[in-house]
Design a protein around this ligand. Structure first.
Ligand SMILES: Nc1nc2c(ncn2[C@@H]2O[C@H](COP(=O)(O)OP(=O)(O)OP(=O)(O)O)[C@@H](O)[C@H]2O)c(=O)[nH]1
Ligand SMILES: [Mg+2]
Length: 233
């Protein structure tokens, strides 16, 4: 794949402790010359750090996301600005590995899928032995629920590493502002006849910064949103 065809969307909310490590990982392992948009909705030094790295990383662009309403909103902004034919969403918090990007874009570039979900729970995934049980359990419940409603096996709907074609992004036409967008992507894709695939990715616990997720409240919101996506017109 020509790196010019790839856009990486990195949503960040007060990730000053993690962002330089994440960008160093991308500089080393993402295809050289691809577009990297950091959609920054916070108010700490994340923006300053990204802007200071822009001259050394061709393709890197800081997007000051004024009026940020949540990660889904930031992803939508990223999609609307991305130039690439293939788009990857990669968390800013350093929990995913840039070397796995090749795996999530391969099925798109080979025309085998329209949406690819990185999964931390396939046999070949690099599981994190320290991952908290309550979080993985919540993830299994939400992924199982989505798989049941859409009659399509998805093992990790909440992973912060996903990819889709620009065309799929247009067809999916995201509406969610918050974490519901994670399920909205495969849900709307499946409802519209697109091909959704899981591929194994590795993960590690957050080393820096703080989680933005109130676990129970977010879980319940995603659960009800999944049903809404199943039966919406
Ligand atoms: N722009 C923007 N980015 C966000 C927002 N909430 C979360 N993010 C980013 O989205 C990514 C995922 O958020 P996390 O808080 O790490 O959520 P998580 O990975 O599900 O939870 P942890 O396992 O606790 O890290 C990170 O890069 C965050 O900085 C938001 O409201 N706006
Ligand atoms: Mg995280």
């Amino acid at each position: 794949m020509d790196p010019a065809e790839l856009s990486i969307l990195v949503c960040a909310f007060n990730e000053e402790a993690a962002i330089s490590g994440t960008l160093a990982d991308l500089a080393e392992h993402a295809p050289r010359g691809c577009e990297i948009l950091v959609v920054d909705g916070g108010n700490d030094r994340t923006g300053e750090i990204v802007r200071s790295l822009e001259p050394t990383m061709p393709g890197l662009r800081h997007v000051a996301h004024h009026g940020d309403r949540g990660k889904g909103h930031a992803v939508r902004t990223g999609i609307s600005m991305a130039r690439g034919r293939y788009q990857v969403q990669f968390d800013a918090d350093g929990q995913f590995f840039a070397r796995d990007i090749a795996q999530v874009i391969a099925p798109l570039a080979e025309g085998r899928a329209d949406v690819v979900l990185g999964s931390r729970f396939l046999p070949a995934s690099g599981a994190d032995p320290e991952a908290s049980l309550s979080r993985s359990l919540g993830n299994h419940v939400l992924s199982g629920w989505a798989s049941l409603l859409f009659l399509h096996r998805m093992t990790d709907v909440l992973a912060g590493l996903k990819a889709w074609t620009a065309e799929a992004g247009r067809v999916i036409d995201l509406k969610s502002d918050r974490f519901e967008y994670e399920v909205e992507i495969p849900a709307r894709a499946l409802r519209r006849g697109l091909r959704v695939m899981d591929v194994p990715v590795s993960t590690r616990e957050r080393g820096h910064g703080e989680s933005k997720v109130p676990v129970v409240r977010t879980g319940l919101r995603v659960l009800t949103a999944t049903a809404r996506f199943r039966w919406e017109k």
